[in-house]
Design a protein around this ligand. Structure first.
Ligand SMILES: [Zn+2]
Ligand SMILES: [Zn+2]
Length: 381
């Protein structure tokens, strides 16, 4: 049996799931959430932040510390295939396939608890952040003038994790989510008749060499204690005409590492070698960084609070040996205060994040709210 308050939160999650919006377009999502909070968990103030983002502020009677709790507003350009869901996405090609609908519901549930019982002292800022999936939302919110009005002492966020038992807590000190860089490499030469390629400059062999070089570089940077990944994710060259030897092409790569410094060194080596390859083929080369995630580094004191909260709630705890390979823009927020992120198990047999059949399990909303309530109490206490 769920309480009436939980019924509202689950209904909110289903509405959000049915109305997903991709990064930078989360207008209706933010509007609906603000109306929901206004009606069911009235904050002292809404602070607009970057894009559709905003923070809802709940202040205690006395001054004290500020704790920030983050949820993400965006869905993904992935078509939902769960046709049996009564609340399936009404937008073709867009789906809540990272479970951010569940994260928003959890933070809205925390808002209800805070509205019903304000903290004794200090403030809570519930941050509903846009553009997580592009890596830019957290950074842009932190640079917004209103973020200085929040200036959190502590910050917490969770991510649901399929592949772990439902309600399990996953956390580690140090790097939790990896540093990631997504970049385009653009090569420019000169088109030619394909019977006379020597009269032009084609990018085709340079593109192949750059792709193979990426593989070698990864092997050089990988050590037993630290992983390195360079993955070509896109390439484009030429036109579909037998007589045209192409004059331009591009390769896009994604680099990952558990350490920002290692990622920077890997990128430096990659761009130096790609430049050398391009120049040897008589090509111009340009690089464009399209997305960048700093690593999410968990503060030891904040992790201790997470471990204590899981213990007090009787939730089992997993300490992963290595950082997760995915990037999380929450690293920007965590890096500016005592911040940490933890995983909340979403079930062992649940489809993986970003799978087209993924759906956030309602059963983990309550443990998510309970964790945040404990963390808020502890951080402000
Ligand atoms: Zn995602
Ligand atoms: Zn996500």
């Amino acid at each position: 049996m769920t309480t009436p308050a939980m019924d509202k939160i689950i209904a909110l999650r289903h509405w959000l799931h049915a109305h997903p919006e991709v990064s930078r377009q989360e207008v209706e999502t933010a509007k609906y959430l603000r109306l929901f909070l206004q009606e069911h968990a009235t904050p002292d103030e809404f602070l607009p932040l970057h894009g559709a983002g905003f923070a809802a502020i709940y202040a205690g009677r006395e001054a004290g510390k500020t704790v920030l709790i983050r949820a993400e507003l965006d869905a993904l350009p992935i078509h939902e295939i769960n046709l049996d869901l009564p609340y399936r996405s009404i937008h073709d090609g867009v789906g809540h396939k990272c479970g951010h609908d569940g994260h928003m519901a959890i933070v809205a549930g925390l808002a209800q608890a805070l509205a019903a019982q304000r903290p004794e002292k200090g403030r809570v800022a519930l941050l509903f952040q846009p553009d997580e999936e592009t890596g830019s939302g957290a950074r842009n919110c932190c640079h917004h003038p209103n973020y200085a009005k929040i200036a959190p002492d502590y910050a917490f966020a969770l991510h649901n994790l399929p592949g772990f038992a439902a309600g399990q807590i996953i956390c580690r000190t140090g790097t939790f989510a990896s540093a990631v860089k997504y970049a385009a490499v653009r090569l420019a030469g000169k088109e030619a008749h394909s019977a006379q390629p020597e009269t032009g400059a084609s990018p085709s062999f340079a593109m192949a060499r750059i792709t193979l070089m990426a593989q070698e570089l990864q092997q050089e940077f990988e050590t037993p204690s630290e992983y390195a990944l360079i993955v070509p994710v896109y390439s484009q060259m030429g036109v579909q005409a037998s007589g045209v030897c192409p004059g331009a092409g591009e390769v896009h790569v994604t680099l990952r590492s558990g350490r920002g410094e290692a990622l920077d060194a890997m990128w430096q080596a990659f761009s130096d070698r790609a430049t050398h390859i391009a120049h040897k083929s008589g090509l111009e080369i340009r690089f464009e960084t399209r997305e960048e995630y700093t690593e999410t580094r968990n503060n030891a004191e904040a992790v201790e609070m997470i471990v204590d909260a899981a213990d007090a709630l009787g939730l089992s705890l997993v300490i992963p040996e290595h950082p997760f390979r995915w990037g999380e823009d929450y690293g920007e927020i965590a890096g500016r205060c005592k911040g940490a992120m933890f995983g909340l198990g979403a079930g062992l047999d649940r489809p993986a994040l970003h799978n087209p059949d993924y759906d956030f399990p309602d059963a983990i909303i309550e443990p998510g709210i309970a964790m945040f309530r404990r963390l808020v109490e502890r951080a402000l206490g």
